[in-house]
Design a protein around this ligand. Structure first.
Ligand SMILES: Cc1cc2nc3c(=O)[nH]c(=O)nc-3n(C[C@H](O)[C@H](O)[C@H](O)COP(=O)(O)O)c2cc1C
Length: 394
């Protein structure tokens, strides 16, 4: 591993995980990730901002050795999740004089998650200052990005905002700073969709609050550092804002082809009406891509056969996921096929009850679709177009 210099006396000393392919046993990581840990050396005190995933603690230790660090006074814990905090017990053994600086909520969580002793902590309040000598840290609480204890640190003299998960991206990249903006924005959007989207309301408030902080660099704990922070601030304002796009996300599954035929017909009907459609065959889809498209789409249509009374389990999973991620989607519908009966529509509708959507009449075929169902699918496409027009996005 390599030490990456951010500014004078400020280094990234964490780990780039090029190989990791799954996060939280759920989220695909097509491009790996990084666990950024920052070392800030003031004239009097040295602070380490977050640690790394415990699987990568050796990289952090190697980097600290490379810089010949003999003393760490403070370890700032922005977030209790173990990909940032999990190496704390080990680092506290290596640097026994170090204190963990964090808020009361994070302290409580770190004690319960990592069994850290009470006396290792210094508890700080929102907007409290910690001097390192010629460098000053200010703590800014930012709850719910994405846990209740999350906070940020502003390094005043260098105008750096350390944001931990906020504004992060799962992207293993060797350069410390953003070099390929569109690439990083795509990774950051995927990250937003998978991790941050359920907290859209809190995010909007934090974005407002940060307008009063004079920073020129955003240093997150996953992915590259932004030296043009407006790029990611603007993107977050767009993603978290209320504006939807003229798009239909269409997650579907079909065992024997009937639902598939309906999906293909609807895709063409939507295209013919000037609507962007993003189909996802759930038997082979990357759920991160699906989540990313849910960030902006005005409408979601789920396609599924009836299986053992309810939706196909893959469709139920997609519905559960959309319901948990709570995108700003405004309209929803269901299409699918059955043979003898069941409660597929009722069960799927209940599964997306968190979404604040207007439901457009589902189209369900008995067996293979016929003229009546094709006409109903045309009608569904018309209704979606009308809804998008009424929402002012066409
Ligand atoms: C494992 C399995 C369970 C099914 N359970 C039901 C059911 O509970 N109710 C029903 O009406 N049809 C049920 N079906 C029939 C399918 O819903 C029907 O064949 C439908 O047309 C399949 O759509 P597809 O071609 O898109 O896969 C079941 C089929 C399979 C394979």
């Amino acid at each position: 591993m390599a030490v990456r210099r951010l500014k004078d006396k400020i280094f990234e000393v964490g780990a780039i995980d090029f190989d990791r392919r799954l996060f939280d046993e759920l989220i695909p990581l097509p491009e790996g990730t990084s666990y950024n840990s920052y070392l800030v050396q003031g004239s009097d005190k040295t602070a380490l901002l977050d640690t790394v995933d415990p699987a990568k603690v050796s990289s952090l230790v190697e980097n600290l050795n490379e810089l010949s660090i003999e003393k760490i006074d403070y370890i700032i814990a922005h977030h209790a999740e173990q990909d940032h905090s999990g190496s704390l017990p080990f680092i506290l053994e290596l640097f026994p004089m170090a204190k963990v600086v964090t808020n009361a909520k994070c302290k409580e969580m770190l004690i319960s998650l990592l069994l850290l002793p009470e006396e290792k902590f210094i508890v700080i309040n929102d907007r409290e200052i910690l001097s390192l000598g010629d460098k000053t840290l200010e703590f800014i609480f930012a709850p719910w990005v994405h846990w209740p204890e999350t906070m940020l640190t502003y390094l005043k003299e260098d105008k750096i905002l350390f944001t931990c998960d906020f504004f992060g991206s799962h992207l293993a990249a060797a350069p410390l700073f953003v070099t390929d903006q569109p690439h990083v924005l795509r990774s950051a959007k995927r990250y937003y969709a998978e991790i941050m989207m359920p907290f859209r309301t809190s995010i909007k408030q934090h974005l407002e609050k940060l307008k009063t902080v004079d920073f020129t660099i955003i240093a997150p704990s996953h992915g590259p550092v932004y030296d043009q922070p407006e790029m990611i601030m603007d993107a977050y304002a767009d993603w978290a804002g209320d504006q939807v796009k003229n798009e239909v996300v269409l997650p579907y599954v079909s065992m024997h082809g009937s639902t598939q035929e309906m999906v293909e017909y609807l895709i063409n009907a939507l295209i013919a009406r000037g609507i962007v459609v993003k189909p996802y065959n759930l038997s082979r889809t990357d759920i991160g891509e699906l989540a990313m498209d849910l960030v902006d789409a005005a409408t979601i249509v789920i396609g599924t056969p009836t299986v053992l009374v309810g939706p196909h389990p893959l469709a139920a999973y997609a519905a559960l996921l959309a319901n948990a991620l709570r995108p700003k989607t405004k309209f929803a519908s269901i299409i699918g096929s059955f043979s003898w009966g069941g409660k597929m529509v009722e069960m799927l509708s209940a599964a997306i009850s968190n979404l604040k959507v207007t439901v457009i009449e589902p189209v369900i075929a008995k067996g293979a679709p016929r003229e009546a169902e094709y006409a109903a699918l045309d009608n569904l496409a018309d209704e979606i177009k009308k809804s998008h027009q009424a929402a002012g996005i066409v």
